[in-house]
Design a protein around this ligand. Structure first.
Ligand code: FPP
Length: 290
């Protein structure tokens, strides 16, 4: 069995800033298996408000509070990357204008109100998505928050904004094609030859997430069992954790619970796992095929 934090004393330098409940859970985790990247589909703000007979916007407001709690716990356990699906392309196109405009205002006020806390927690802000299509004042605040936190070296919080995975793939393919055309012109090599040499690395290197590891764990709140056009390429081998808890009720302790559950899984990446070696398989009689 792998040692736990309690046995190995391999603790995040800031673990004592966790709440008492979080500390108890954190100490049961295997330090060697803390995920490098957790991505979250934050869902259920509207239902949270509906169950309390409140307006939908209050659910989103409460959801923004959850973002800060969860991200600060992530930073206290030294989680290197956390990516949150905050606003999809589909949200932008299909939600009523008043809701979209409220979400934009909420994002601005979240960023302006939390940059100090980000810096206190050594958190760096980043974004993925077609952010250039967002309103100019929102883009300005986003750039300001990223610049204000750029020097931080702890957790990177990436907000997916005006994000859609299929569109990301379109943008990536376009970038790859333009690169190949330029290379063909420069070197005189036929385009067909360069196309035939294209690899997975060329595509992943042109995604918005080129600089990050793929998510190890993807969490979805509010019980829906779907991916909703989020990081389709990057989650090929991610572990999925779905909880019925609605996003406004999600806290750092629930992130730790999801990580604990993740640590109980065996990740095989298409292989058979450690117990199936060639020697072990050779010991088993192979039935003759008819
Ligand atoms: C889903 O709730 C959530 C969203 C539309 C996006 C997430 C937005 C937030 C957490 C609020 C602000 C975030 C930041 C970073 C400031 P839903 O409306 O789809 O819920 P429902 O399915 O219950 O209606």
């Amino acid at each position: 069995m792998q040692p736990t934090h309690a046995q190995s004393a391999d603790l995040s330098p800031r673990w004592q800033e966790l709440s008492a409940d979080e500390q108890r859970l954190y100490l049961t985790l295997d330090p060697a298996k803390i995920p490098q990247h957790v991505a979250i589909i934050m869902d259920g703000n509207g239902r949270w408000a509906g169950r309390r007979a409140l307006k939908r916007f209050l659910g989103h407001q409460q959801g923004a509070e959850s973002v800060q709690y969860v991200v600060e716990t992530a930073s206290r356990i030294n989680l290197p990357w956390i990516t949150l699906y905050a606003f999809s392309l589909e949200n932008n196109l299909r939600r009523p204008k008043t809701e979209v405009s409220f979400l934009m205002k909420l994002l601005r006020s979240y960023l302006t109100g939390n940059v100090k806390r980000m810096n206190d927690n050594n958190i760096r802000m980043a974004y993925i998505g077609r952010t250039h299509e967002l309103p100019p004042d929102v883009q300005e605040t986003m750039q300001w928050a990223a610049a204000e936190t750029a020097h931080n070296t702890g957790t990177t919080l990436t907000l997916a904004l005006n994000y859609g995975a299929r569109t990301e793939l379109v943008d990536s393919m376009r970038a790859v094609m333009l690169k190949l055309i330029a290379e063909s012109k420069q070197t005189g090599r036929p385009l067909e030859e360069l196309v035939a040499e294209t690899t997975e690395c060329d595509i992943s290197g042109s995604l918005y997430t080129a600089h990050m590891p793929d998510p190890d764990l993807i969490i979805r709140t509010s019980g829906e069992q779907r991916i909703s056009n989020f990081l389709l390429w990057q989650i090929a081998y991610s572990e999925i954790f779905v909880t019925d808890r609605l996003w406004p009720d999600f806290r750092g302790i629930h992130l730790l619970e999801a990580i604990q559950n993740y640590q109980q899984r065996e990740r095989r990446f298409g292989g058979l796992g450690e117990s199936f070696t060639d020697e072990k398989l050779a010991e088993d009689a192979t039935p003759a095929l008819q």
